[in-house]
Design a protein around this ligand. Sequence first.
Ligand SMILES: N[C@@H](CCC(=O)N[C@@H](CS)C(=O)NCC(=O)O)C(=O)O
Length: 349
Amino acid sequence: MTRRMLSGVIGLAMISTSCANLEVGNTSRLDLIQKRGELNCGVSGKIPGFSFLRSDGSYEGLDVDICKAMAAAILGSSEKVQFRPLTAPERFTALKTGEIDILSRNTTVNLSRDAVGGNGVTFGPVIFHDGQGVMVKKKTGIKNLNDLANSDICVGSGTTTEQNLNDAFQERNLSYKPIKYQDLNQVVAGYLQDRCKAMTSDKSQLAAARSSFQKPDDHIILKTVLSKEPLAPASIGGDQRLEDAIRWVIYALIAAEEFEITQNNIDSKLIEAKENPSKMSIRRFLGIDGGLGKKLGLENDFIVKIIKSTGNYGEIYNRHLGQNSSVSIKRGLNNTYKKGGVLIAPPLN
Ligand SMILES: N[C@@H](CCC(=O)N[C@@H](CS)C(=O)NCC(=O)O)C(=O)O
């Protein structure tokens, strides 16, 4: 055997070993979810428009529909979800201990949460671009952060909000006292009971909280934006198959809006695509050609199942945060790139 042939054999042996390792390393929570037949999704349960527990025991909101879309893709039915209400300080532990498979709870992506040396979780694509805001009572006449110097401010603990608040006041050389609470309802109660001059949180949460006040017009959300709060679903780090599934479910929701495929027209789009072999990109998208689903460990028609269950991203947004919803937040950045926003899905091919 020549030296070259020998190195070829060794190379092959190495490849086959690494393939074997790949197979072992390939076990994923995705298999566990499919075996269990149910997805455990961590939510807040207290934020109208995002995840809110209704009086009949069901959950609704954008974060909730992300869980439902995942269940439709992974299990074929958006009904197969167990929702777990979690406080902000509990959420990452719930992911790490396996109590939940996916966290879909107004959670901001940042380096410390993502990195192995930090919280070690991994994030899907951003589903809502938010920013931190401050709400005050109109009668106080407070217009900006300078007016809040030496004030008590109500804030949720275990959040990015806490740190941003500290940074914003430090940068301005102002002092303040944080009054910390475990969840949004407590922050709101503290604020309404005048335990603090202002409350701070993601602007979406402030809008949601204000929508439930008896006199929403008595409160204003200051123009100041303290930070970027890109909210995204998260899963345990190091599980690429689950991470990939989450990533492409979100991209499918965004791409369906780009393709103008909706809950109402999906059946006719499917017939049209089946009858028309030249509609390559739509045929791949709807699982007729290309085997995209199988590459993720899902059914090839996983996107059809998602859209039938929840509609596309725009439909989800309008249902929970659109003009006719109780929260009503302008789409702004959370629109597709074709309509002036920053949402864009890489090609599904
Ligand atoms: N997006 C921020 C803040 C999110 C957050 O959880 N905020 C508090 C509000 S003060 C909260 O617990 N909200 C929902 C709840 O009370 O269930 C983060 O990821 O840290």
